[in-house]
Design a binder for this molecule. Structure first.
Ligand code: AQP
Length: 363
């Protein structure tokens, strides 16, 4: 049977990128899954501690992420929703996998290389910097592989930025099965989100991210309609008179076009949106000098409206869950993750018995 697994870091309230790249797809998969498909969604708190935060923040982020997942419509009865740290088998398998994982492969990972090159750029590659770069960041993909493999996941929906890590998880299966002679672990298949990466509203060369220091770079699932409209209106674009879809030379406009094409109608391409905007009277009759402003006004106004329509229900449900959490001291959310944690521990234990037997661990 099919086992779908995906994870998300509790590093802040999810934004439009997390929604389109992950959460919306999780919900769709849950709705379309046949009864014997297992769906497992994990809030990866162990991954989140690669960055130190003020005390209390991780607990808050975990609650907010859980509430957001429920608000999107993931059903704790149908799907398994849990905190990664409540299933120790994830960490146990990580260690075991790290004993057959290749250092060379890990050091070629883009995420690690970008941290290293940032350090090199700053000419800080002395002992001090090496002390600053933490091992957890280097071995992060092994924990991610363990998350997936411990549940014998067959399908892993992720954004394009994660495909290298998924390839590494497959490499972990090859290494482990070869070292211990047998088909102990299952190869996961990557399901890439059809949605293009959502880019930052302030710097369209960077992806929209929870950890960007500028809050106006992202639309949060919990933003009010007026906050959303303000952020979209302030999104960086350009001043070229004709609107066109060209992600390389016009990343700001193209990001908005791609978002609108998604929200307007899934079958509409960004180019369809361009053609539509360029055919409006307000745009065609505008002078060269005001045409860009007329087109942008239409594009931004329409996009903000569509986002607000789409997220209205999610925002209402999120507020209701948070209201309940205040009233019951977090009891409901605790019940959800305790129930999910129990199901996840059972799911993981089956694999760990196979793994421990292969490695000659246990009794
Ligand atoms: N901008 C994005 N566009 C499309 N998909 C995105 N995802 C993240 N950003 C975008 C997808 O969201 C899922 C969960 O990601 P994550 O929280 O595990 O980590 P991340 O990719 O590092 O997300 P952020 O928001 O950028 O968080 P921080 O700032 O904490 O690193 C993944 O499937 C990812 O592809």
């Amino acid at each position: 049977p099919k086992v779908i697994f995906s994870g998300i870091q509790p590093t802040g309230i999810p934004h439009l990128g997390n929604y389109l790249g992950a959460l919306q797809q999780w919900k769709r998969m849950q709705d379309e899954a046949s009864p014997d498909t297992r769906l497992i969604f994990c809030i990866v708190d162990l991954h989140a501690i690669t960055v130190r935060r003020d005390r209390g923040l991780l607990a808050q982020y975990k609650k907010e992420m859980l509430a957001a997942i429920l608000a999107v419509g993931i059903d704790p009865e149908r799907s398994t929703i849990f905190y990664q740290s409540s299933v120790p088998a994830h960490s146990e398998l990580q260690w075991i996998l790290s004993c057959t994982a290749s250092m060379g492969y890990l050091s070629r990972m883009t995420q690690w290389k970008s941290k290293m090159s940032m350090a090199e750029d700053q000419e800080l590659m002395d002992k001090k910097v090496l002390r600053k770069l933490k091992h957890g960041l280097f071995s992060y993909p092994i924990l991610q592989a363990a998350d997936i493999l411990v549940h014998r996941a067959t399908h892993v929906p992720v954004g394009k930025d994660q495909s290298q890590h998924l390839e590494f998880a497959r490499e972990c299966v090859t290494n482990f099965n070869a070292a211990y002679g047998g088909k102990h672990l299952v190869y996961p298949e990557t399901i890439l989100s059809p949605q293009k990466r959502v880019m930052s509203l302030r710097d369209p060369h960077k992806k929209m991210s929870k950890s960007d220091p500028d809050p106006s770079s992202r639309i949060l699932l919990t933003d009010t309609p007026s906050e959303t409209t303000t952020k979209i209106n302030r999104a960086i674009t350009d001043t070229i008179p004709h609107i066109s879809y060209d992600p390389d030379s016009r990343p700001g406009v193209s990001n908005l076009l791609s978002l609108l094409s998604h929200f307007a109608d899934a079958s509409q391409t960004p180019q369809d949106v361009v053609d539509m905007i360029n055919s409006f009277d307000e745009v065609t009759s505008a002078s060269e000098g005001t045409r860009n402003a007329a087109a942008m006004k239409y594009l931004k106004g329409k996009l903000a409206g569509r986002i607000n329509d789409e997220l209205g229900g999610v925002r209402e449900r999120y507020a209701a869950i948070m209201g309940r959490t205040e009233r019951d001291g977090g009891e409901y959310l605790r019940e959800v993750v305790e129930f999910g944690g129990k199901k996840a521990r059972e799911s993981a234990e089956g694999t760990m018995e196979i793994v421990r037997a292969a490695v000659e661990l246990g009794i």
